[in-house]
Design a protein around this ligand. Structure first.
Ligand SMILES: [Zn+2]
Length: 125
């Protein structure tokens, strides 16, 4: 969500520290495409890999997103719009030659970091 401080959420910090253990260098909170007002949470410029850490509630994680008790329709619409925006962002980045990896906040950072490390190393070759 926009009103929320977007950078340095707990899952992002955990993922970045796990990535550092793989010896990977990255930049955080990068807007890689001109005119696209969307920040990549973890950005690998040379490898062109864009990582998003998606909150389970805001992005409608299939495991943890539950209908809210009040304003159900409003929230459902909002989360649906977030998901549309996520898909759009992914498309735009892929058009620019990026590999986009979305990590749910509930995922184990070490597991996600290992997968990301493999992709980044492959794409650098
Ligand atoms: Zn989840």
């Amino acid at each position: 969500m926009k009103a929320q401080a977007r950078s340095d959420t707990k899952p992002e910090v955990a993922l970045r520290s796990a990535l550092s253990k793989h010896g990977l260098r990255y930049r955080k909170n990068v807007k890689p495409i001109k005119g696209l007002r969307r920040e990549v949470d973890v950005h690998f410029g040379v490898a062109k890999v864009a990582i998003f850490v998606d909150g389970c509630f805001w992005h409608g994680c299939p495991e943890h997103s539950r209908p809210t008790k009040s304003n159900t329709k409003w929230w459902a619409d909002k989360i649906a719009r977030n998901r549309e925006r996520d898909a759009e962002t992914t498309d735009r980045l892929e058009e620019e030659g990026y590999e986009v990896i979305r990590v749910w906040e509930h995922e184990q950072p070490e597991v996600a970091a290992k997968q990301i490390a493999e992709v980044v190393k492959q794409r650098r070759r």
